[in-house]
Design a binder for this molecule. Structure first.
Ligand code: FES
Length: 573
């Protein structure tokens, strides 16, 4: 039975008699709306992370209008709600510092206003996790409209991929194999349209796995931002949210341990970003699902990477879309999925992907002809990472996946940056580079510093990959033998803090082992002598963040934002 208008959340604001409702309605009339525009209708919040300062989201202003068109078509009343935009590109020191702020903003925008359901407009890395975390906590129906990937890059007829080719050509420039002019030409060709990074970075990964989780219209995540199908998808989402509100299709009816597993299966098959591990743990825990990082490892061991998209593969999201996109990809993985999970369509995932075909087997590969026989993320443990660390083996040179080498350790990014280009740096290709104090509290915000630069003298000698370990994250577009998210982080006194230059580290990805070769007594001596570095910030939001953020293995959410009891609806007096 569709929901009676008197049971809508917005009814308390707009549908009752009394002084306050009079005030609320009169102010909507002030905007120029007629009572017929909103009376008895579901109110749809369009939470929009458009900003001039976010190049990936410049089209979201138009998309919000297209969502509104769908809402009007279905008999709803749309209200656009601008929200903090997290531009991975321009925002410093890292958008991760602000993911939880956007999540809180989303939750409170919904809670404090007459919103019956939301369409969430985002895409650039942290935006979709943040928006979804907020909507899950606010517990109203929600559908995500992803920003979609930008078009392929182009340089002299060669395809360029976001991030991945920036790192690659930066090293070529450092090595002197391309000129300054070449570099500037690449700058003009690597981002040719609005939309997110078009490699399988964090944005494309999060868009894709949130579709697998059930929070997008089928196929939405892979539509290129500049394709007219993207605008039509936004309008369809506007229509759909009105029906979802009438059917009371709240997030708790969509997210479940099984649907979270579907997201992890998709992550494995995509060779997805390591950042998604943190975000999905946070999203699941908002819904009261105690997801741990080990689940990624368990599923990755049995699900092959079949999306031949950079950095694990060769191609880009535009190719993935033409090959059949997300529906076809999920259909190909269907034997690994829980097909009975409900999605925002009100049907099952199995219904949503039924009949979807792959048109190009060289892009979305067959299960028996994968890019890699195992999925994209491995979880490592050992005496310097008792709560875990992650590596993306498919993006590393295979010879480094079992390695023993001397440590070159840095206590801060500044120390590393000052040393890494020195000709007299005592470093060999066998060294293990270590960066400490770049975690959730130490960063703060766990910046994407984990793909430590290869020292210049080695770059010039042709070295392009080394084992690197940090408590930081790395961009989903990055690659290399980078071990990330070491937990607990160095800044809080995790044993990673005690690693020193000259130590020896053993890595064995197949055995999931990361080991510092010192005795327990020596580790205890170093622990006793350790002093916490001074905080990088002691005021404002940065201080609040450092006080409340959890470790990487727990999703870096705030301790005050767990599933807990839902807050009461606001009083209207
Ligand atoms: Fe926005 Fe990469 S910079 S998605």
């Amino acid at each position: 039975m569709p929901k009676d208008p008197s049971r809508l959340r917005s009814h308390r604001w707009l549908g009752t008699e009394g002084l306050r409702s009079f005030g609320h309605r009169s102010r909507l009339l002030q905007i120029g709306y007629d009572r017929a525009d909103f009376a008895g209708k579901p109110v749809v919040g369009i939470v929009n992370t458009w900003s001039d300062a976010n190049p990936c989201h410049v089209h979201l202003r138009t998309r919000a209008d297209e969502v509104k068109r769908g809402v009007w078509q279905a008999g709803g009343f749309p209200l656009e709600l601008p929200a903090l935009s997290l531009s991975e590109n321009l925002m410093k020191p890292t958008t991760m510092l602000y993911r939880n702020l956007l999540a809180m903003e989303t939750e409170e925008l919904i809670r404090s206003q007459p919103i019956d359901g939301v369409v969430l407009l985002g895409g650039c890395d942290k935006t979709i996790p943040a928006l979804l975390m907020g909507a899950i906590s606010a517990a109203v129906p929600a559908v995500v409209v992803p920003a979609g990937p930008m078009l392929r890059g182009n340089w002299r007829g060669d395809v360029l991929g976001s991030g991945t080719d920036s790192w690659k050509y930066w090293d070529e420039k450092r090595a002197g194999t391309i000129t300054e002019d070449d570099w500037h030409e690449i700058e003009g060709g690597i981002a040719r349209s609005f939309g997110t990074c078009m490699t399988m970075g964090t944005a494309a990964t999060m868009m894709s796995i949130v579709e697998a989780l059930g929070f997008m219209l089928p196929g939405a995540s892979s539509i290129p931002a500049a394709d007219s199908a993207h605008a039509r998808m936004a309008t369809a989402a506007g229509r759909r949210i009105v029906e979802m509100i009438r059917d009371d299709l709240t997030p708790d009816r969509i997210i479940s341990p099984d649907s979270v597993d579907n997201a992890i299966v998709a992550h494995a098959g995509l060779g997805g970003s390591t950042n998604a591990v943190i975000h999905l743990v946070a999203i699941a825990r908002r819904a009261g699902i105690p997801l741990t990082i080990d689940r990624f490892d368990e599923i990755a061991r049995r699900v092959p990477v079949i999306a031949d998209v950079r950095p694990s593969g060769r191609l880009l999201m535009e190719d993935f879309y033409y090959a059949g996109g997300m529906r076809a990809f999920l259909n190909r993985l269907s034997e690994h999925l829980n097909l009975g999970c409900t999605t925002v369509t009100g049907r099952t995932l199995g219904d949503d992907i039924a009949g979807a075909r792959v048109w190009k087997d060289d892009v979305i590969r067959a299960l028996d002809d994968p890019v890699s026989p195992v999925g994209g993320v491995a979880v490592l443990r050992g005496n310097i990472a008792p709560d875990g660390a992650v590596i993306k083996p498919t993006a590393a040179e295979p010879r480094l996946l079992k390695h023993r080498g001397p440590v070159l350790a840095f206590d801060s990014y500044e120390d590393m940056a000052a040393a890494v280009d020195r000709d007299d740096l005592d470093v060999t290709p066998d060294h293990v580079l270590v960066l400490k104090n770049a975690g959730p509290q130490g960063g703060p915000g766990m910046p994407e510093w984990g793909m430590l630069p290869i020292p210049l003298k080695l770059v010039k000698a042709g070295v392009r990959d080394m084992v690197r370990i940090s408590d930081a994250r790395m961009s989903g577009t990055s690659y290399g033998a980078c071990i990330l998210h070491v937990a607990p982080e160095a800044y809080v006194g995790g044993p990673f803090a005690f690693v020193r230059t000259g130590d020896v580290i053993e890595l064995d990805v197949a055995a999931r082992r990361l080991h510092l070769d010192i005795t327990g007594e020596e580790l205890a001596r170093r622990r006793a002598a350790w002093k916490q570095p001074p905080p990088r910030t002691e005021r404002g939001y940065g201080a609040i963040f450092a006080q409340h953020v959890s470790q990487a293995d727990a999703g870096c959410d705030f301790d005050v934002l767990g599933p807990g009891p839902q807050l009461l609806e606001p009083e209207i007096h």
